[in-house]
Design a binder for this molecule. Structure first.
Ligand code: HEM
Length: 541
């Protein structure tokens, strides 16, 4: 801008000088000797050249300034509602289609909210790495106003001291490798319970989707408060939990008019806020009763906490510098239950679905297990680091079916230039990791399920490779990667080692149709029939 003003000033002065010179020549033209005329013509031509040169620079620089303030391209919308009426329910494929027309960064108007969709590795890197702090915020959804948990949990909290404190607590005391090592017996118990359940239904169709969800839910609730779904009604309570978590993740992924036209939020036109509120009330009742029981038990000074909830309550009672409130405690419980269950169980379900459609790959994974574990033994977590092919299967599943296809939307705390375009403060930024993972310019035959591409290659999901980042990247990268990795490998290895699998007859080939929500699911649950593979029936008990 300063440059533009200086150039404009110079051009102005040049004009004044020329005008004065012209007036003087005109007034004295009666006497004009030949050399004065020549000098004036030369001077005038030189002035014109200089003038032209500076005008060009002025235009160039103003073009750059203009571009810096230019919005990304995008489809035209209607007044007031913008592009909202044209959004497809399957947002990830819809955004991928739009990117084909408008390019790797595009803008949509969703009511009075600006949405930016980024679909290339270099732009994802700009958002998640180069401008990490600016984009490390969330666009808190309208439901947060009806459900207090949502506004102060890890996933939705803005980048800052509160978010850091909650995240550190979870990572240090529940999700770190050391904490996970100590609760291996819980994982073992729950995975073995699942094996027993399937063994009891040998030859019959089993809803693997439900089994996988219940197993991870039981692992997480055991880590949080020692487990809840025990005794009679175990499956029913698990099913209710599943229903609530599924509904919440689906509703959170739905475009909500109240987010985009805030003055209409009180009307809750789609009923999303009221539905979510009811679902959270169910959680609240369960959390309240568990917390009450825990408080009654109390914890003595110096005594080690038995589970994560006990530790949180202890920290709250002691009023340590964490300044935890009961609301924060519930928000953390919610983060772990909602953030950890569907993501992990759906990924294992996708893995089983892909393997059941690819006999050779399934066989290769089972052969590896026979060599490393052996048919006379159960899978243990110590086997996992040696299962290289299975590890490649996990990476390939996370490539084709990233649990959060658009990550959790990010939100810039100030306007910021991405790919030469201005992304305004407060925009909702979607990073389409699903589209990047299927980009044919990055991946050979991207739609093929081919774990081989991850064998003998350094590519991992630590967030440093912007061709492949199923857990996100930067400060808001998934907090539960270690747990997800262990649970995925352990569950899948156990299922493949313990049983042979085939699709229930009436279902034919496994249908891989997706259903979008904040968590991407299989449109229909995976129903399969198992037969035992291990040498000794005692291994199924
Ligand atoms: C296969 C399993 C999983 C996948 C693919 C996954 C993926 C992700 C992704 C993509 C994000 C958003 C990153 C971003 O916004 O840039 C995220 C956030 C998060 N995940 Fe996971 N996740 C999985 C399992 C888990 C588990 C097991 C837990 C904990 C028990 C967990 C806890 C969280 C939390 C707390 C956040 C919010 C982080 C923040 O905003 O600071 N996730 N996850």
């Amino acid at each position: 801008m300063v440059q533009m003003i200086t150039v404009a000033g110079f051009v102005n002065n040049l004009f004044c000088f020329l005008a004065v010179l012209w007036t003087w020549w005109w007034e004295n033209s009666n006497y004009k000797p030949r050399f004065i005329t020549q000098a004036l013509v030369i001077l005038f031509t030189a002035a014109l050249v200089i003038f032209w040169y500076y005008m060009r620079r002025l235009i160039e620089s103003s073009k750059t300034v203009l571009q810096q303030h230019t919005s990304p391209p995008g489809p035209r919308g209607l007044p007031l509602v913008g592009n909202l009426p044209f959004l497809d329910a399957e947002l990830h494929t819809h955004f991928a289609d739009l990117a084909q027309t408008y390019g790797p960064i595009l803008k949509l108007h969703l009511g009075n909210k600006v949405a930016i969709v980024v679909s290339s590795p270099s732009l994802a890197k700009e958002v998640l790495k180069d401008h990490d702090i600016t984009f490390a915020n969330r666009d808190v959804p309208a439901v947060a106003k009806t459900v207090e948990y949502v506004s102060c949990n890890i996933v939705s909290s803005p980048y800052g001291a509160h978010w850091r404190m909650l995240r550190r607590l979870c990572v240090a005391h529940m999700l770190s490798s050391t904490s996970l090592d100590t609760v291996y017996p819980l994982r073992k118990r729950e995975v073995q319970r699942m094996v027993g359940e399937i063994y009891g239904n040998i030859g019959l169709p089993v809803n693997l989707s439900d089994q996988l969800f219940l197993t991870i839910l039981n692992v997480i609730t055991s880590m949080l408060w020692g487990g809840m779904l025990k005794g009679e009604g175990e499956i029913d309570l698990g099913a209710e939990f599943r229903h609530v978590v599924s509904e919440i993740t689906e509703l959170l992924g739905k475009p909500n008019l109240s987010d985009f036209i805030p003055c209409l939020a009180w009307l809750d036109l789609q009923g999303i806020q009221s539905q979510i509120k009811k679902l959270f009330l169910k959680f609240d009742r369960i959390f309240n009763s568990i917390i009450e029981q825990r408080l009654k038990m109390g914890i003595k000074d110096g005594e080690e906490s038995k589970d994560f909830l006990q530790l949180l309550l202890h920290l709250q009672e002691k009023q340590t510098k964490t300044r935890l409130t009961m609301l924060h405690i519930k928000a953390i419980l919610m983060d772990m239950v909602v953030g950890g269950t569907e993501t992990t169980s759906n990924t294992v379900e996708w893995a089983m679905a892909e393997l059941m459609n690819n006999d050779e790959i399934m066989q290769r994974a089972q052969e590896e297990l026979e060599i490393i574990v052996g048919k006379d033994s159960r899978v243990e977590e110590i086997h996992l680091p040696r299962l290289h092919f299975l590890n490649a299967v996990m990476k390939e599943v996370l490539r084709l079916h990233p649990a959060l296809p658009l990550l959790v939307p990010h939100c810039p705390s100030s306007s910021c230039k991405i790919g030469g375009y201005m992304v305004p403060k407060g925009a909702r930024v979607f990073v389409n990791v699903w589209a990047i993972h299927r980009d044919p310019s990055i991946w050979e035959k991207p739609l093929d399920f081919n774990p081989e591409r991850f064998l003998n290659c350094e590519r991992d999901f630590g967030g440093n490779n912007f061709n492949y980042f199923p857990f996100g990247s930067g400060r808001r990268i998934c907090a539960g990667i270690s747990m997800a990795e262990r649970m995925f490998m352990y569950e899948l290895a156990t299922l493949l080692h313990s049983f042979s699998w085939k699709v229930a007859e009436r279902y034919g080939k496994v249908d891989l149709k997706e259903k979008f929500g904040i968590v991407l699911k299989k449109a229909t649950p995976l129903i399969a029939v198992a037969t035992p593979r291990l040498s000794n029936p005692a291994l199924y008990e």
